[in-house]
Structures are given as structure tokens and as C-alpha cells.
Design a protein around this ligand. Sequence first.
Ligand code: CTP
Length: 390
Amino acid sequence: MLGISAGIAAYKIPSLIRLFKKEGASVRVILTPDAHAFVTPLTLSVLSQEPVLSSFVSEDADNPVWNDHVALGNWADLMLIAPATANSLSAMAHAKCNNLLIATYLSARCPVMIAPAMDLDMYAHPANQKNLKTLEAYGNIVLPVGEGSLASGLEGKGRMLEPQEILEHSIRYFYSQSPLLGKKVLITAGPTYEPIDPVRFIGNFSSGKMGLALAYQAANLGAEVHLILGPHSLDTDEVPFNIEEISTADEMHAAVFNLYDTIDFAIAAAAVADFKPRMRASQKIKKETGTPLIELIPNPDILAQMGKQKKNQFLVGFALETENELVHAIEKLKRKNLDAIVLNSLADTGAGFASDTNKITYIGKNETPKSFPLKSKEDVAKDIWNEILT
Ligand code: CTP
């Protein structure tokens, strides 16, 4: 969301819009009423490919439309005010809601970046500097100004940064919010089903919810995510990452090692069946043949093999324990050559398999356990990624 106030530097904003569009951004524009004198709404509309707004109600007398500043504020991932004049900065700092731009600024929940532009003495005036400090204290990102010749003919500090510099500041901001940008994350989740015959299997109650929440959070942090997911009833239609659906531990094993060498972070949240039937009956086992004896053989331990083959991957396992939890979890951390283990105890109500909540203890390589209270699985996923990244 680009907010343009009435300064001469507004003439540079069309090229800023082109730069943002070239990067793939969607751009919408709000002008203060006086900014029309410096740049035409038509130019801005053509370049942004969106209607350009500057009043609370659009002007068609037969069909007035309210320009909802709250929706506009919520639409944006970043609100950029460029150029920001001394007048607009003052209105923003004091919530003086006298035009659509300031109303949208006050409603915006996204980060706000400000590119001030004015003459050198206006910029340096203590009243203006105080407003900039106030806005910074509110969490807004105030960009520096350039130094050089000003529209007044004077030389000094007060020029709006060049469009290319503003673009670079915005990109740097998004990078700083995406610590997993450029990283590949592999997550296993859900149960595995080990077939007995064409209609029966050995499985467990895992829902896959914890692994799905971890995958969403990794994607939010900028990662390329690959989720290897056992049988589930989760809604995965519109997830912003890759999902490979598998059924057995052998299939999960194959899917994992297809990717493992290229991965930066791997989290094994799946409840993999430790054993599978030696034989899978080709036809449904009938009662008349008597009580079957099903011989079990071990499944591959996927996580243990990931630990063995580990090069630069950061590897996290889960441990679901019922007694001597910490001792067992630390033993697993070492035995499987992990960088961290997330402990769930079945003794805790609301923790573990099918529920929407979980209660975990995170244990890193230093073996110091860090316990968290009961939380939604989405919040638990945030805690786990925070720990991994600190
Ligand atoms: N895991 C795996 N492959 C298996 C079994 C487990 O990748 N065949 C992973 C799980 O995804 C989890 C971790 O190993 O991250 C712990 O699994 P768990 O079954 O609790 O531990 P085990 O090593 O099997 O030990 P035990 O059954 O004795 O508790």
C-alpha cells in the first residue's frame, strides 16, 4: 500500500511502482488530496493496474462508494508512505485523521515504512524531528533522507530516497522477517498404516496436526517446505507448500531419502509404526481360517538413518513418552544423532496425538530442557521454530 503525500518527490513514485511490480508485488495507491498536483492518479492507476483512491467516498454522485480505510489497511503486507511530508508526518504522529491516507495509516496492522521528503530546515526542525521519533517509537520504520540539491535550490538533507533505494529497504525488511528464506525444510507427519490384508492395517492415532502446523510456520518464515504426510483427514487443499502423501513406513522412508541430501532442516513429527506384518495377505483374511498369527518385523527407523547420514542438516525428532520422560528423550537425542528433540508426555492432559493442543519440552544439544505451557499446536509450532532458530 503506497501512500503519497503532497511533496515534489511524488513525481518519482510512478517509477517506484514499476520497480515493485517488477518484483512481483501487488501495489495499491492512496494519495492525499493535495498530492494530485504533483502526480496524476491516471499514471498511478495505469502503472499499479488498480484504482487509485484519495477520498473517503468515491465521486460518482449516482453511486457513491465508501472507500473502506479499515479494509485497505488490512489488505497490505507493507504500508509505505513516500514521500512523507512534514504535514503528513505530523498528522500520523498525532492521529489527525483528516484524509483517507491518514485513516488508512491509523487502521493498518502491517508494518509501516516512511520515506520523508522536505526542505533541509523543515526536516531539521525539532518539531519535525520529534514527530519522526514519535513515529519510530510507535514501531514505524523511518527511512533516512538523501542529501543533495533540493527543490528550493538549497543543498542539504531532506531529499526522498531514490525509488531503487526505497525498494531495497523494503526487500531487506521482508528478508529480515523471513529467516528461512532460501532454506529447504523437510517434515514428516501423521501415522503410517502397515497393511495386514487388503482391508486391514496396523496404525496409530496420530492426526498429523502438529506436523502440519510446523510446515505452515516454516512456510511463514520463508522456507521451501516438503511435508511427507501419512494417512490423514486434514484440510490440505490450499497449503502453500509441497505435500507428498504416503501410507506405509517404507513409503515414508523412500520419500524422505529422495530429498534428504538437499535439505537444511528436517523435523520428524510422524508417528511411524515401529513394526509391520512380515506378510501382507493378498486376499481378505476370513474368520473361518481361525485366529491368525501375524508375525511382525521391524520397520526402518527413518529418523535414526537421517541422523547417521546427517551432513549439514539441522535434525529434530519427537519423543512421545509415558514414564522417565526426560531420561528417555535425552537418550533418543544422542542415539539418533539429533540436534534437538521435542518431548510430549502422554501424562499431560491436552498433549499428544489427536488434540488441537500440545504441551512440549524442547531439548537442544546442550541437553537443557525448556518446558512450555499447554498451547494450540499452531503456537507450539512457533515456539519450536523459535528454539530451532535461536
Ligand atoms: N521415528 C522414525 N522412524 C521410525 C520410528 C520413529 O522416523 N521407524 C521417529 C519419529 O518420527 C520420532 C522419533 O523417531 O521423531 C521418536 O520415535 P519413538 O517411536 O518415540 O522412538 P523410538 O526410537 O522408536 O523408541 P521407543 O519406541 O523405544 O520409544
